[in-house]
Each structure stands twice: as structure tokens, then as C-alpha cells.
Design a protein around this ligand. Structure first.
Ligand SMILES: [Zn+2]
Length: 1034
């Protein structure tokens, strides 16, 4: 164990009158000690536009009389023997019935009670179904289909219960009433014969389809998380209830690839045209981890090694044609490396639980992938990688999702959240660990910056609204909220807070926490307190005062939102005069006026781990709070002097020194989940230093500004601080203006692109729009596109083969952003290149087959298609539309084509794309949201109108579509339309109330932004001249 430096914990006296219960709504007043209070008020008055409006401004139209969602805890299942008969047609030429069923199925559930006098058994089955629904469900059964046997201690039958009645209650609850009470601590076997209807909407047990040799082929597969196992068989469908599952499947004998969690056990038994196959028993697991696949797919396999050195088969399963042409090879290679590393790193055996691990690609899948234990299911486009076709972005996407799902084998499967309110314990850890596993399998990728851009910035975006929620969300009780709990907060913020803990404890301490957490909770169900307990043990050993670390973390887990830390060096000569204030960060709405002085609600504050660096040569880039930093405690307000003596243990100039590198940067490389704002002098030095330090072709002089995570952080923080009213737009715009043509890294480019996109959308239709487009075009022309630092724009120069080195991976990714931005803003050379390339591609006849030309052609295909359609002859669109229907077009190709078709500038073709999305045949429901997002890039408001009229026809994820399109709503009139749609549609079925609530707030934020910032941005753009670095007006 490493000895730590002196700590600086100071615990001030808590302010009187803190009402802990009032944090659900929060305001933006920094709470400070003593003399800082006035300063905080001043700061707030200048920046602080927020007050409160209550969480729900609208409520759904109907309210049921509080139905029961949770099962009683008196009866615990231990083991299921599931017999599932899948009625697919015997002959593939047979016409498919309207609905496939599981007629002839049954389940035996061994259960126990610990309570006295229990006379009924309550469990889940989806028995209600809406008219015209294509969801799966279980037909109601009568009491003759149910039996209950009692067993003695030695396993012999000791009695048969009389079933008095079976009640089917609302929200999937079934109650079996018995003639007498169960006895504690005896085994009972509940047997239910049932018939299910197999769904068609990617939920529960469902059918999927694809076309081969001109014929439609069908398969049956499943998606159970969070609460859809109950659509397939009667069960105790809660994540905290673990049981073992012994499954037997009966299916038509023409199917060859039948998989479930366990391994086939013995030979299949023939029963006429049917086969009956038994599978090995699973470990004790939540019911949602069951999975099924009845198909004629093919398998490719590799041996994986357990820490015990035992070998088990690691398989990838997909359509035969994909396996044959090698599309699964990459997934197989990546998966093996990652799984072996994960097991070794945590010293956890996999085959202790299951004898094989499958990853299967299915044509229709509601989410990207699902971590079913032993049978991970993926959307085809997310698992398959086709050499000479797929791009670096797709490659890293495949590696990332495999890493995420494999991480779940421990975080999610071996240890599971006990209820959905803590789903971040599954998803946040899997998201965090996916970067570690990706890095192991692809050492050259530098996954650290990917984490910063893909995860932290994304989490910030979603956590900046009043409608956000805490990581631990105690509201999650009903089925709608359970569905909605799988959101970017659980994934991205969960991972970001875990990342912050790593920054605090350092790698060694942090790894010990994770290992102990898995070991201590193996095959168990956890709440966040179980995790904090392990954190506390390690932190105590490291010398942190007892109870502090878990208490600090709680504020990040149990409160919503995040802070912005304001650092002000003032004009003093002593660096210890830096002052710190914190406020909650939130995008304001028009209702957020003038409440600062009137509010009686205590503000939300956090214990912030502070790290600092500065512009001096050799200033540190890595800081562990355990060694170099300390917390700005919310209890004590500011700990400035103690903190700085810990943190700033390297040369720091007085703030008044005008040297260009005399700046400070806090939250070094974004380990903490907070944004940072500075006084204008400090911002000015940063934005004037950036072009100076980046213009050196070699590594000297060293500067923290050469770190791409820090540059991405400065861009994302400054744009969003301006967006929320904490900072003038002069800062981000001049920051970009001064240095952007020197940027060569994918991370900062991507951060800038996303923030440009926001400005573009906001300014569209205003008097400032042309000015913005013109400015962006010149910015791209003035350096990035035509004179890129690696002498490679979208001309004929090739880019290196991706994935071979960090440089090549970055170049491919960065090049794509530059091309996309340049063509979007119509840089002439880019547009010409796109049109020429489209023509060459079309003439080559390559279509979506392997491209043997240059790597540049492969990597930039998406932009060639999009801008070739937009700026080329109209025939380009029709050519691409023809390829969409080509029998060999894969689901991945179709998605790419759809996105490109949306790039057209012809109104009637836009209409045709919109119609394709809603005709129920052309576009798989899983791709609807991607199509709308693609259209939104070009015709956001138009798409919104169309969507509104076609809402009832949508079968894909309406919440994703809603979230995407509300970004384009920025007028009072369109805002009123969303609110009306909510009343008309959302309120009625209640299923998307959270999505509507978010969309409405997003639109309100946009309306407020227009009033506050449109003219401001326009005014600043007018003052900028390309090629001339410009300081802030001080
Ligand atoms: Zn996950």
C-alpha cells in the first residue's frame, strides 16, 4: 500500500436549517461560508438565471388506483424447470400464422416461504394485451392448469394443494389462492401449464425475420430486460430475485441453431417433426437474464481460457452467409481477449457458472445488445465487422459494445442491482469497464480520450436539465419508470462518477474496491450502500478519515445534476487567493427568472474533488486526489488555502504576472464530474496560449494544452457555460477561432462539432444564420480542410489502415469529422470531392460489397453517400434507394443508406424518406429513430411536423425520437405543439410521460436560449476575422 500525503479534510459546521429532504428541486445559489457569501451572491446575480419550476408541469391524463408492482417477499423461487415449445412452421415454405405461440409449454417452480400463514402465491405474467398489439403475452389459464406439490425434507411428495382460484390482476400480476397455508422452510413445486403468444415487436419472446434467396426466413429470439420475461413464461420478474433455470426446448426439427443460456445436455429427442432438447442448469440469476434463439444460423468458435486455465468454448453466432464471409472474426478475436482479461483481472471464473459463452447477432433487436448470461444477443450491425466495408467508427463501436456486454458478466450477472432504482450499478460499471476492456484488446486506441468524449460529455448534456434524476432514483417503482430508467444518467453519469472515484483513490485503491465488491457480493443483489461499504473499507486503509469517502460519494449518487466550480484568481499577488464557488449547472428556461433572493430552498451542493494544474512547463497531467488533491467540502464551503497547498505543489506565478502561460486549469483531464469556470483573465490567457503551444511542431515546449482531453474539456465546458448563461459566448467562440485550424485530434474536434451543431440548429431561420454558415465555411477552409496538418484532406491522399496505431486510428476518426463539417458548411472542394467520389463509386459497381480501392474510400463512405446525394444529380438518390431494396443489403447497409437518403435537398424526396419510415414495411422499427435523427440534421422542423402527424404509426422507440427532435423545437408555437401532443397522445397511454417531460423542458430551454443568446452570438461572429487570433475584451 502506498503511503499518502497529508490530507486536508476540514469539516466545517453545517449550516443551520439544511433541509435534506428538499433536494428534489434545487436552485442555483452557491452556499458559502463567512466572507465568501457576498461574493457568491454577486457571482450568482451576474450569472444566475435559474429558479425553480416544479418537476412535472403536466401530468398524464389518466391515473389508476395505485396498482401493485412489487411482489410480496414471503415466497421465494429457487429453481425453474422450464419447458418451452416454439411453434414455428415445420416447413419453411408454409405460410406463417398471424401469431406464433408456445402452446404446450409448462414451468415447474420450486419455491419456499419463510413466513407463517402464507395462503397464496403471487408472481408475474403479462396477461393483458392492447387491441391490435403485436406484443407477446401469456393467455390467461384457469386453476386446472395450476398445481402445487409439497415435499418433505428428503425430497418426496408430501401433499397436494387444492387450488382455490387464480386471479389475474392489473400490471402483470397473477395470484394463486391455496386451500391452506404453506409451511416455512419446506420445498414446494408450483406447476403451471400455459400458452404464450410470441411477439413481433422485439420484446419478450419474439419473432424476427430476414430475406435469403428471395424468401423470408423466420427465427425466434428474446429480449427480457427489464420486465419482459413475464411475456414469455410465468415468473418472479424482479432483478433482486435469483433462481436457477433448467430449460428444455421443443422446436421444429428443421432448425439447426438452438441456443439458450446453458449447454445442450445429451442428444435431442425426436417427436415426429419436433425435437426436444434439454440444457444444463444456469447459476442462480435474475429471470431477465434468460435468453433464447431458435434459428438456422451458423456458429464460429474459439477456445477461451479461464483463470483456472480450464478451457471453454467462446462462440459467435450469426446468419450463415455472414459467418462464411468472415464478418464474425473480429468479434471472436476481441471477445476472447476481453473475456480472458476480465476474468483474470478480477480473478473470477466464468465456467464456474456456465460451460460456454455465445454472442449471437440477430436481425431485429430493440437495443444494441443484451448481456444474457451465456447467450449475449446483439443487433447484427453492432456485432459484425466486415473488412473492406466497415469503418473505423463501426469497428470501435463493435469493440465497445462487446466490451460493455462482457463487463456485465461480472457487473450485472454475478452481481446484480436489487431493484431498477439502482440500475446504474449494472450499467454504469459496464460502461466504465468497457473502456478498460477496449483498451486491452486495442492498446493503440487511447481509450481514455474516448471515455472523456463519449461518456463524460454525454453525461453532462443529459444531466443539465431539471427533468434529470439522481443515479439512485427512488421514484422508480412502476413499469413506465422502470423502462425509462435505462437512460444516459444510468450509463454515462454512472460511469463518470465511477471514473471520478478512480481519480480520487488512484488506480490501485480503486481496483481493490472493485475486486472486493465483486467478491463480497458474488451471486447476490446489491444496493448502492453495498458498493459504498467496499469503498469505505479501502478508503479507511488508505488513510481517509472514517465515514468521509462514502458520505462524499453519496452526494453524487443521491442528488441529481452536477456543479460548476468557479475559480477566481482575482487581482491579488498570492496564488492562495484563488476563490472557489460552486453552483448547480443547469440550462435555464424562461420560467427560471429571478428567484435567487426569494427562494427558501437550500441549494444542492457537492463535495468536489479538486485537482489543479497550470501552464508552467512540466505541470502535472495526472493527479490522484489521494496523493495530490483534496475535496472542496460542501459542508465547509471552501477550503481554499489547505487545498491549494496540497494541490499546487509546483511553481505558480502570481495572477498579475502577464506571462502567456500563467493560467490555471482545474479538474485535470475531467476526473471530477463537474464543469469549471474561470475569471476572464484566466480564460483569456488560455485562449491566447492555445495557438502558441499547439503551433510548435514538436513536443517542446511542453504544455498541458497539448493534452487532447484537456482541450476537449475546455471546448465543451466553455460552450456549455455560455449556453447556460454562466459565461459570455465570446469565450468559446474566440477559443475556437484562435486555435482550431491547428486541431488534429478527434476528441476536441468532436466536442467542437457537437457544440457547433447546437449553434447551427439554434440560429437556423434567424438573421444570424447566414453569417454563422459563412463563418464556419471560412473556418474550415482556412486551415482544417485544405491545409490539414497531416497534409490529408479529402483529396486522393489515402489515410492509413485504421486500428494499426494510435495515430492512424485518430487520423481516420478526425478526418471524418473534418470532412463532415466541411461538406456540411459547403466548402467547395469538399462538395466537389463528394460528388466525384459518388460518381466513381457508382461506376465501380461496388455497392456495399468490399471496396478494394483506398482506405480513404472505405472510411469516408458515409460522407460520400450523404453529400453525393445532397449535391449530386437526383439520380444518386434513386440509385441508393434501389440498393436499399437489394436482396443482399444487410441491416447495417440499410441503416447507412437510410441516413444518406435523408441528406437530399429535394422536398418530395424528403417526403418519400419520411413515408418509408412510417409505412411499416420498409424500415425496421429498430432503425426508425436513426432515420428521424438523420432527417433532423437537415429538416428538423419539417420532420417534427411530420412526426407529429404520424405519431400513432411509430413502432420503434418513441422516447428516443422525441428526445432527438425536441432539439429542433425553439419557438413558442412548436413548444405548444409538443405540449398538445403530450395531452393528445402521451398522456393517454402514459407510456412516454418521462420522455415528453424531457422533450418539453428541452424545448423550453431552447426558447429561452433564443431570447438570451441569438443576438449575442451573431454580434460576436461579426467581430472575428479568420486568421487573426483575438483576445477577450477585458
Ligand atoms: Zn448494459
Amino acid at each position: 500500500m502506498e503511503l499518502r500525503k497529508r490530507y486536508c479534510w476540514t469539516f466545517g459546521i453545517l449550516f443551520a436549517g439544511i433541509l435534506a429532504g428538499l433536494i428534489a428541486v434545487s436552485i442555483l445559489l452557491a452556499r458559502k461560508t463567512g466572507e465568501e457569501l457576498d461574493r457568491a451572491k454577486l457571482t450568482t446575480a451576474r450569472h444566475g438565471p435559474f429558479t425553480l419550476h416544479t418537476r412535472a408541469t403536466l401530468s398524464p391524463a389518466s391515473s389508476e388506483s395505485a396498482p401493485i408492482y412489487r411482489l410480496p417477499t414471503t415466497v421465494q423461487p429457487r429453481h425453474y424447470e422450464l419447458f418451452l415449445q416454439i411453434h414455428l412452421p415445420y416447413d419453411e415454405d408454409d405460410t406463417l400464422p398471424d401469431a406464433l405461440t408456445t402452446r404446450g409449454s409448462h414451468v415447474n417452480i420450486t419455491l419456499r416461504t419463510t413466513a407463517q400463514g402464507v395462503r397464496n402465491i403471487t408472481f408475474h405474467a403479462r396477461h393483458e394485451v392492447k387491441e391490435n398489439s403485436v406484443s407477446g403475452y401469456i393467455k390467461q389459464f384457469d386453476k386446472d392448469a395450476v398445481s402445487l406439490l409439497e415435499f418433505t425434507g428428503n425430497g418426496t411428495v408430501d401433499g397436494v394443494f387444492k387450488i382455490v382460484s387464480v386471479d389475474f390482476l392489473k400490471v402483470d400480476i397473477v395470484v394463486v389462492h391455496l386451500d391452506r397455508a404453506l409451511l416455512p422452510d419446506r420445498d414446494y413445486k408450483l406447476r403451471i401449464q400455459f400458452e404464450g403468444v410470441i411477439g413481433q415487436n422485439m420484446q419478450g419472446l419474439y419473432r424476427s425475420q430476414f430475406v435469403k434467396d428471395g424468401k423470408t426466413r423466420y427465427l425466434v429470439t428474446s429480449q427480457f430486460e427489464p420486465i419482459m420475461a413475464r411475456m414469455a413464461f410465468p415468473c418472479f420478474d424482479e432483478p433482486g430475485i435469483r433462481s436457477r433455470f433448467s430449460t428444455t426446448l421443443k422446436y421444429p426439427n428443421r432448425f439447426t441453431m438452438i441456443r439458450t443460456n446453458g449447454q445442450a445436455e445429451g442428444e435431442a429427442i425426436t417427436d415426429g417433426l419436433w425435437l426436444i432438447q434439454k440444457y444444463t442448469t444456469t447459476p442462480a440469476m435474475p429471470v431477465y437474464l434468460n435468453a433464447f434463439l431458435v434459428s438456422d444460423f451458423e456458429l464460429t468458435s474459439v477456445d477461451a481460457q479461464d483463470p483456472s486455465e480450464e478451457i471453454y468454448p467462446f462462440n459467435v453466432i450469426a446468419r450463415k452467409e455472414f459467418i462464411d464471409r468472415g464478418d464474425a472474426a473480429y468479434a471472436l478475436q476481441q471477445g476472447k481477449v476481453m473475456m480472458e482479461f476480465l476474468s483474470r483481472e478480477f480473478n473470477q471464473s466464468y465456467i464456474e457458472h456456465l460451460p460456454k459463452l455465445d454472442m449471437a447477432a440477430v436481425p431485429d433487436f430493440n437495443v444494441g445488445a443484451m448481456e444474457n448470461w451465456g447467450l449475449i444477443l446483439y443487433r447484427e450491425a453492432r456485432l459484425l465487422y466486415r473488412p473492406k466495408v466497415s469503418t473505423a467508427e463501426q469497428k470501435s463501436g463493435v469493440a465497445g459494445i462487446i466490451a460493455h456486454e462482457l463487463a456485465h458478466m461480472l457487473f450485472g450477472n454475478v452481481v446484480t442491482c436489487s431493484w431498477w432504482s439502482n440500475i446504474w450499478l449494472n450499467e454504469g460499471f459496464a460502461t466504465y469497464l468497457m473502456y478498460m476492456l477496449m483498451g486491452q484488446a486495442n492498446p493503440s486506441w487511447n481509450t481514455k480520450y474516448l471515455f472523456s468524449y463519449w461518456v463524460i460529455h454525454d453525461a453532462f448534456q443529459h444531466d443539465s436539465y431539471l427533468s434529470t434524476h439522481p443515479l439512485y432514483d427512488p421514484r422508480v417503482e412502476n413499469n413506465t419508470l422502470i423502462d425509462n430508467s435505462f437512460d444516459p444518467i444510468a450509463y454515462a453519469k454512472g460511469a463518470s462518477v465511477i471514473h471520478m472515484l478512480k481519480g480520487v483513490l488512484g488506480e490501485i485503491g480503486f481496483n481493490r474496491v472493485l475486486k472486493e465488491y465483486i467478491r463480497a457480493n458474488k451471486l447476490g443483489s446489491v444496493e448502492h450502500g453495498d458498493f459504498l461499504r467496499e469503498v469505505e473499507i479501502v478508503a479507511l486503509e488508505m488513510g481517509f478519515p472514517a465515514g468521509t469517502m462514502s458520505r462524499y460519494l453519496r452526494s453524487w449518487i443521491e442528488e441529481s445534476g452536477y456543479p460548476v466550480l468557479m475559480l477566481d484568481r482575482g487581482s491579488g499577488t498570492d496564488p492562495s487567493e484563488i476563490t472557489y464557488t460552486q453552483q448547480i449547472f443547469r440550462y435555464p428556461t424562461l420560467q427560471d427568472n429571478d428567484s435567487i433572493n426569494n427562494s427558501t430552498v437550500e441549494p444542492t451542493l457537492w463535495d468536489i474533488p479538486l485537482t489543479l494544474t497550470n501552464g508552467a512547463p512540466g505541470a502535472p497531467l495526472e493527479q490522484e486526489t489521494a496523493k495530490h488533491g483534496c475535496f472542496l467540502s460542501k459542508a465547509a464551503g471552501s477550503l481554499r488555502s489547505e487545498c491549494e497547498s496540497e494541490v499546487l505543489d509546483y511553481p505558480t506565478l502570481p495572477a498579475s504576472d502577464e506571462r502567456i502561460d500563467n493560467f490555471i486549469i482545474a479538474n485535470v483531464q475531467q476526473y471530477g464530474f463537474y464543469r469549471v469556470n474561470y475569471d476572464r483573465h484566466n480564460w483569456n490567457r488560455i485562449i491566447m496560449a492555445l495557438p502558441v503551444f499547439l503551433d510548435y511542431p514538436t513536443v517542446t515546449p511542453s504544455s498541458v494544452l497539448k493534452n487532447n482531453v484537456i482541450r476537449g474539456q475546455l471546448i465543451d465546458d466553455s460552450f456549455n457555460l455560455a449556453r447556460a448563461g454562466f459565461l459570455s459566448y465570446e469565450v468559446p467562440l474566440k477559443l475556437i477561432h484562435n486555435y482550431f485550424t491547428l486541431e488534429t485530434h478527434h476528441g476536441p474536434l468532436a466536442s467542437a462539432r457537437d457544440n457547433f451543431r447546437h449553434l447551427y440548429v439554434m440560429l437556423e431561420g434567424t438573421v444570424h444564420h447566414d453569417l454563422f454558415v459563412e463563418y464556419m465555411r471560412k473556418l474550415m477552409e482556412g486551415g482544417l480542410y485544405t491545409n490539414s496538418r497531416w497534409s490529408n484532406s479529402w483529396t486522393d491522399a489515402d489515410v492509413p489502415s485504421h486500428g494499426d496505431s494510435e495515430g492512424s486510428f485518430n487520423r481516420v476518426m478526425a478526418n471524418n469529422i473534418i470532412i463532415n463539417l466541411s461538406c456540411y458548411f459547403e466548402v467547395a472542394a469538399c462538395v466537389t470531392s463528394a460528388v466525384t467520389r459518388f460518381r466513381r463509386w457508382r461506376e465501380s459497381g461496388i455497392g456495399f460489397g468490399p471496396d478494394t480501392r483506398t482506405n480513404n474510400d472505405i472510411q469516408t463512405k458515409e460522407h460520400m453517400l450523404c453529400y453525393g446525394v445532397r449535391h449530386g444529380p437526383v439520380e444518386n438518390w434513386h440509385y441508393l434507394r434501389g440498393l436499399y431494396d437489394h436482396p443482399e443489403a444487410t441491416t447495417s447497409d440499410q441503416r447507412t443508406i437510410l441516413r444518406a437518403l435523408a441528406c437530399t435537398k429535394y422536398e418530395e424526396l424528403v417526403e418519400r424518406v419520411l413515408a418509408m419510415v412510417l409505412d411499416g414495411k420498409s424500415v425496421r422499427p429498430q432503425d426508425q429513430s436513426a432515420a428521424f435523427a438523420a432527417l433532423g440534421r437537415w429538416v428538423g422542423r419539417r420532420t417534427w411536423d411530420f412526426l407529429r402527424s404520424g405519431w400513432s404509426k411509430l413502432t420503434g422507440s418513441t422516447s428516443t425520437i422525441m428526445a432527438d427532435l425536441s432539439r429542433y423545437v425553439k419557438t413558442e408555437r412548436h413548444l405548444a405543439q409538443i405540449q398538445q401532443l403530450y395531452v393528445d397522445v402521451g398522456g393517454k397511454d402514459g407510456s412516454d410521460s418521462t420522455a415528453f417531460e424531457k422533450a418539453i423542458e428541452q424545448a423550453q430551454v431552447n426558447v429561452a436560449w433564443m431570447a438570451a443568446h441569438a443576438d449575442e452570438v451573431g454580434g460576436i461572429l461579426k467581430t472575428l476575422t479568420i486568421g487573426e487570433p483575438t483576445p477577450l475584451l477585458l
